[in-house]
Write a protein that binds this ligand. Structure first.
Ligand code: DX5
Ligand code: ZN
Length: 223
């Protein structure tokens, strides 16, 4: 297994001081910045675009930025986010007409490609593209909003995905997004995840370092 990565979702940060918030959460021990892009079309909410990603880079953020595209169509946003300093870019396969082409576009832009699966999206969509993936992102809530509860069936889906990755022999990260908290992160890791997005659990507390440390304490107990 790869080392665990904790990726705070800035969706739950204070947007009036986003640069400081990102600095603070990275100083608190976060590994990666999770950046949720919503277009009020693929999902019923509207958030932040490439300008904000670029602004974080100009502010001095050097950590990996994990761009989660909840947009349709996707290809134009891939180019714009790659130019804006994204590190990872993932999209929902239903939102792209040509999944293989969109993945290749991410690779050709110099970013690390991922595919995102909604709670009801079947894993069969992985069948012919596994070799192109840097990460698989399983949604454990329906996309569109922070602060929702973890859907328990996601644990089974994580186990199935972990088995597929292990069988493939490929080096693919398994990321989970939605409702991740201190009290469920250990079970989520035991089911096979190695990268954990957490928005409200981290930004909803005054002391980010304490939450991240408690998460790592839980992760250290996974066997
Ligand atoms: C939901 C987003 C998530 C969200 C997670 O569509 O993809 O990244 O911000 O938030 P929490 O951790 O609060 O469920
Ligand atoms: Zn997300």
């Amino acid at each position: 297994m790869k080392p665990y990565l904790i990726a705070p979702s800035i969706l739950s940060a204070n947007f009036t001081k986003l640069g400081e918030e990102v600095d603070k959460v990275l100083e608190a021990g976060a590994d990666v910045v999770h950046f949720d892009v919503m277009d009020n079309h693929y999902v019923p909410n509207l958030t932040i675009g490439p300008l904000v990603c670029q602004a974080l880079r100009k502010h001095g953020v050097t950590a990996d930025i994990d761009v989660h595209l909840m947009v349709q169509p996707v290809d134009d946003m891939i180019k714009q986010f790659a130019d804006a300093g994204a590190s990872y870019i993932s999209f929902h396969p239903e939102a792209s007409q040509h999944v293989d082409r969109s993945l290749q576009l991410i690779i050709d832009s110099g970013c690390k490609p991922g595919l995102v699966f909604n709670p009801a999206t079947p894993l069969q969509l992985l069948d012919h593209v596994m070799d192109k993936l840097h990460h698989i992102l399983l949604m454990s809530v329906n996309p569109g909003f922070g602060g929702q509860s973890f859907i328990p069936h996601s644990l089974d889906k994580l186990k199935q995905t972990r088995a597929l990755i292990d069988e493939s022999g490929l080096d693919i990260r398994l990321e989970i997004d939605g409702g991740v908290k201190i009290d469920n992160i250990r079970a989520i890791a035991a089911a096979g995840a190695d990268m954990f997005v957490a928005g409200s659990a981290i930004f909803g507390e005054a002391n980010y370092q304490k939450v991240i440390e408690q998460m790592r304490t839980e992760l250290a107990l996974v066997n």
